[in-house]
Design a protein around this ligand. Structure first.
Ligand code: PBG
Length: 323
C-alpha cells in the first residue's frame, strides 16, 4: 500500500495542521428575540437556552456576547397580538419595539453590526409575510410595506437589511428605497433560497408568528428544487444584494454549495430554530453529545461553503471556544 490516508490523521498536531476548514466567532451571527416590557428573560420552551429579552435585558445579553467575541446580531421582535393588523402597520412605526431595540443596541454598542429582518409575519394579523387578500398573498402591494420597514430600520441604525419574505422583486425595490433616502451604505442580505420548511416551528412559537390560515408554499421555495435557487440568486444579485442566504441550512447543504460555486458574493446560511431544537432535544434525552453535535453541525455548514452562519448556537459555540 503506497497511499495510506491515515498517516495524516495520526496525532492531534497533524490533524489540526491538515484541517481544511475552521470556524471562529467572527463567522457567526446571533439571532435575538425581543419582547415588550422591562427586566424580563423568557425562555422559549422549544429552544432551551434561548430567551426572549426586553429592551433592557437584551443589552446585557449583547454585552455578554461581545465579551465572547460575537460582533454581529440579528434581532427579531415578538409583537403583541393587539398591535397586529392586515397591513403590518406596526412594522413601520418608528417608536415601535423593533426600531427602539435597534437604536438602543447601536447606541450602546456602536461597533456591533445589526442584521435586521424585513418581513410582515411578526406584525401581520394573518401571520403571513405578505398582504393576504381572499387567501392570496399579494406581491407588489407587499413591496410597499417592505420598503417602509426597511427604511425605518435603516433610519434606526441597521447595518444590513435582511428581507426574509420571498416576494418577487423585493431586493431591487428595497435597494431603491434605501438609495433614494440616502442609505447607500446600508447593505442587503437577501434570504435568497428560503424553503417552505417544517423546521421553522420553534421560531414561530417564539414570536407567535405562525400563519393563521394556509401555508407559505406560494412564496417560500419547494424543497425538492435546487436549480430554482440559482434563479433566485441571479435575480437577487442583479437587484443589488450584497449577501445571499440559504435557509434552512442542514437539510440544504447542497444548496449552500451550489450558491458558493455559482456566486462571488458572500454566502450566509441560517441554521434555524428547528435545527437547533433537534440537537437540544436529543442531547437532553442523553441520545447524543449536544456539544459535539453542535460543533459538527456548524462545521458542516462552513464546509459546504457558508462564509457566515446565523445560529442560535452562536453564544454556546463562543463559550465552547473559550474552554
Ligand atoms: C419570517 C422568518 C422566519 C424565520 C426567520 N424569518 C419564519 C418563517 O418564514 O415562517 C425562521 C427562523 C428560524 O426558524 O429560526 N419571515
Amino acid at each position: 500500500m503506497i497511499r495510506r490516508p491515515r498517516r495524516n490523521r495520526q496525532t492531534e498536531a497533524i490533524r489540526s495542521m491538515v484541517q481544511e476548514n475552521t470556524l471562529g466567532t467572527q463567522d457567526l451571527i446571533y439571532p435575538l428575540f425581543v419582547i415588550d416590557g422591562q427586566n424580563k428573560r423568557v425562555e422559549v420552551s422549544s429552544m432551551p437556552g434561548i430567551y426572549r429579552f426586553t429592551t433592557d435585558t437584551v443589552l446585557e445579553e449583547v454585552q455578554a456576547c461581545v465579551e465572547l467575541g460575537i460582533k454581529v446580531f440579528a434581532p427579531f421582535p415578538s409583537i403583541p397580538e393587539q398591535l397586529k393588523d392586515k397591513y403590518a402597520t406596526e412594522s413601520h412605526n418608528p417608536e415601535g419595539l423593533f426600531p427602539t431595540v435597534i437604536r438602543e443596541i447601536k447606541k450602546n454598542f456602536p461597533d456591533v453590526a445589526l442584521v435586521t429582518d424585513v418581513a410582515m409575519d411578526p406584525y401581520s394579523s394573518d401571520g403571513h409575510d405578505g398582504i393576504v387578500e381572499n387567501g392570496e398573498i399579494l406581491n407588489d402591494e407587499t413591496l410597499e410595506v417592505l420598503g417602509k420597514m426597511a427604511l425605518i430600520q435603516a433610519q434606526s441604525g441597521a447595518d444590513i437589511i435582511a428581507p426574509s419574505d420571498m416576494m418577487d422583486g423585493r431586493i431591487g425595490y428595497i435597494r431603491q428605497v434605501l438609495d433614494d433616502n440616502g442609505f447607500q451604505k446600508v447593505a442587503i442580505m437577501a434570504y435568497t433560497a428560503k424553503y417552505a420548511s417544517a423546521f421553522y416551528g420553534p421560531f414561530r412559537d417564539a414570536l407567535g408568528s405562525a400563519p393563521k390560515a394556509g401555508d407559505k408554499k406560494t412564496y417560500q421555495m419547494n424543497y425538492a428544487n435546487s436549480r430554482e435557487a440559482l434563479i433566485e440568486a441571479e435575480l437577487d444579485t442583479m437587484e443589488g444584494a450584497d449577501y445571499l442566504m440559504v435557509k434552512p441550512a442542514l437539510a440544504y447543504l447542497d444548496v449552500i454549495k451550489l450558491l458558493r460555486e455559482n456566486s462571488h458574493l458572500p454566502i450566509t446560511a441560517y441554521n434555524i430554530s428547528g435545527e437547533y431544537a433537534m440537537v437540544k432535544a436529543a442531547a437532553q434525552n442523553g441520545w447524543i453529545d449536544g456539544e459535539k453535535a453542535m460543533v459538527e453541525v456548524l462545521m458542516s455548514i462552513k464546509r459546504a461553503g457558508a462564509d457566515a452562519i446565523l445560529t442560535y448556537f452562536a453564544k454556546e459555540y463562543a463559550q465552547y471556544l473559550k474552554k
